[in-house]
Design a protein around this ligand. Sequence first.
Ligand SMILES: CC(C)(COP(=O)(O)OP(=O)(O)OC[C@H]1O[C@@H](n2cnc3c(N)ncnc32)[C@H](O)[C@@H]1OP(=O)(O)O)[C@@H](O)C(=O)NCCC(=O)NCCS
Length: 144
Amino acid sequence: MVFQIIEYNSGEYLQMVDLRYEVLRKPLKLTFTPEDLEKDKQDLLLISRYSPEGKITGCCILTPLNEHTIQLRQMAVADFMRGKGLGSELLNYAETTASERMFSYIYLHARETAIDFYKKNGYTIEGDRFIEVGIPHFEMIKKL
Ligand SMILES: CC(C)(COP(=O)(O)OP(=O)(O)OC[C@H]1O[C@@H](n2cnc3c(N)ncnc32)[C@H](O)[C@@H]1OP(=O)(O)O)[C@@H](O)C(=O)NCCC(=O)NCCS
């Protein structure tokens, strides 16, 4: 598997948005608005794919919050690739990317169903359960 940072509005970006829609929005009967996608412009857009030109199998986004902390969001692995370790590899790539840019913490909003996945990768829950996109989430954090 190859891990890359891609450009906003590139061909890869459009494939990434398709994957995010299939995995994160369609099951909740939601779509992306132009304003949602506008938020990606300044962010680090990370993907995994079979080969340098191959099909995108997973993605996530890193959004700087302040000098020390970067937020991980839109974490998605293609349905047929789940449970094989790709999510953990992608998370590891995101952590390395954040460390290289001198961030000390990764912060995220974890869906309740994904909490064990993040715990397994060293993240801890902070604060109370809350609702986002209509489903329960928890704030989680990891020191890099
Ligand atoms: C969550 C997700 C990114 C994990 O990716 P993955 O490639 O399946 O994860 P990995 O194979 O690296 O690790 C899976 C491990 O986490 C555990 N796990 C806990 N909750 C899980 C969940 N909801 N989905 C998958 N694995 C989960 C599994 O038991 C497994 O542990 P094991 O290796 O000890 O058996 C992926 O399943 C996904 O895209 N899910 C749908 C979208 C989503 O929930 N995204 C996160 C939003 S916060």
